[in-house]
Design a protein around this ligand. Structure first.
Ligand SMILES: Cc1cc2nc3c(=O)[nH]c(=O)nc-3n(C[C@H](O)[C@H](O)[C@H](O)COP(=O)(O)OP(=O)(O)OC[C@H]3O[C@@H](n4cnc5c(N)ncnc54)[C@H](O)[C@@H]3O)c2cc1C
Length: 391
């Protein structure tokens, strides 16, 4: 294997493989290192996306789509259903295929992808990142590169080694569990959200259809609430209460950082992307789109930096600026909305459900929902105004 690369990408998720593809297309020599045995496995994801969001970064292969989505259903704690019109075309992916094909597209563009390649450390020369130490199938290698992209997901360790503060406070780290439930009766055309605090304090329960009779059913509980309730037990209770006849398979667990993006996402020779940079939508917990978007932005800056032979933090800051210009304000607004939603009790949510149900479906919007929140809780008016100034 070559020991010198223009760009090494740590992590073969959507952030890493999209970054690899865009850079390789511009003639950059790219190596992607993925610690798992296979790209795309294990799938730790509800697999819900907006198709338009995907199309911005890749041609969409119909084989990736398990189910198209045409509406969003919210269930208030008292069981009241509030349907929202879904203006975006949504889909439930087969992430195993999706992640694998994104890696394949990167390889077609000229990148090299290695699996079972666990990056154990960064090479640093006078504070400049110059490559990685990696264990590939029990062999240790030292690989040099002019730029490293840390796309190593929620458990990221790479950025920290370059001195970047990556810690997430417990209230901004959702602890999630999910199963695929089979033989259930539900709305197979909707993303369904259950807001009862008893099941998911600081989060929500999702039911995302995989077919007419099966769905990814999962929940996230914010880390500061997991001492109150175990996510696994809570999910079992939800399944027992809601789909008592269901069988389930494929239990997975994982963290979702619903935090603000890291203050620092670059260091000399290094850029951090996707979950590793805490770019997940803090309100919904969806991070596939942000991962792809940041991967592309990081690749654009990497290509320029390599052309200009300037990998200083000042130059790479163009990536951070591009991210903040494209998504930063919106992201902060969504973070504030999440904080507001977390302040609502079951009673607040029931009353909100009642108000929303009285509004015609086509007029139910995020703005209308938060207007109703303020009506109920006037002291939240400033928080809501601040949140919407970012969106
Ligand atoms: C339960 C759950 C449900 C979710 N549901 C949704 C959803 O419905 N919709 C949505 O948009 N998002 C969802 N998300 C979030 C989404 O999965 C992530 O935001 C997305 O995968 C982020 O992509 P990424 O490339 O940044 O990181 P990842 O996809 O996590 O990829 C990072 C990769 O880096 C590898 N890696 C880590 N450390 C190393 C190392 N040292 N060396 C080599 N490789 C390494 C990992 O093995 C991994 O493959 C969910 C997350 C969870 C946990």
């Amino acid at each position: 294997m070559k020991h010198n690369w223009d760009m090494i990408v740590v992590g073969g998720g959507p952030a890493g493989t999209v970054a690899a593809r865009y850079a390789a297309q511009k003639g950059v020599s790219v190596l992607v290192l993925e610690k798992d045995r296979e790209i795309g496995l294990p799938v730790r994801c509800g697999e819900g996306v907006s198709i338009r969001g995907l199309e911005m970064y890749t041609p969409v292969n119909p084989k990736w789509i398990c189910r198209e989505i045409s509406s969003v259903d919210f269930y208030a704690p008292d069981g009241r259903l509030v349907e929202l019109d879904f203006s975006l075309k949504g889909a439930i992916l087969d992430r195993r295929l999706f992640d694998r094909d994104l890696a394949d597209l990167a390889v077609q563009a000229g990148a090299v992808v290695k699996t079972r390649a666990n990056v154990t450390g960064l090479l640093l020369d006078n504070g400049i990142v110059t490559g990685v130490k990696v264990q590939i199938r029990h062999e240790e290698y030292v690989l040099r590169s002019r730029i490293v992209i840390a796309a190593d997901g929620v458990e990221s360790r790479i950025a920290r080694q370059a001195g970047i503060k990556t810690a997430v406070t417990p209230e901004n780290m959702d602890c999630c569990v999910q199963v695929t439930a089979h033989g259930i009766k539900f709305n197979p055309d909707a993303l369904s959200f259950y807001m009862k605090r008893e099941y998911a304090p600081g989060g929500y329960v999702w039911v995302f259809p995989k077919s007419e009779t099966s769905a990814n059913v999962g929940l996230g509980i914010s880390g500061n609430n997991t001492h109150l309730i175990s996510p696994y037990r809570s999910l079992m209770k939800f399944l027992g209460d809601t789909f008592p006849d269901a069988s389930w398979s494929g239990l997975v667990a994982g963290g979702v950082p619903t935090d603000k993006t890291l203050k620092q996402i670059t260091a000399p020779g290094l850029m951090v992307a996707g979950d590793a940079a805490r770019m997940v939508n803090p309100l919904s917990g969806g991070g596939i789109h942000a991962a792809m978007s940041s991967g592309k932005l990081a690749a654009d800056t990497a290509v320029e930096a390599l052309e200009k032979n300037d990998i200083s933090r000042e130059f790479l800051q163009r990536y951070a600026n591009a991210w903040h210009e494209k998504s930063g304000k919106n992201h902060e607004g969504l973070f504030r909305l999440k904080e507001i939603v977390n302040k609502l009790t079951d009673e607040d949510l029931n009353s909100l459900g009642e108000k929303m149900a009285a509004i015609p479906k086509e007029k139910r919007s995020l703005t209308r929902i938060f207007k109703a929140v303020v009506w109920n809780k006037p002291r939240l008016i400033l928080d809501v105004a601040r949140a919407f100034s970012g969106i």
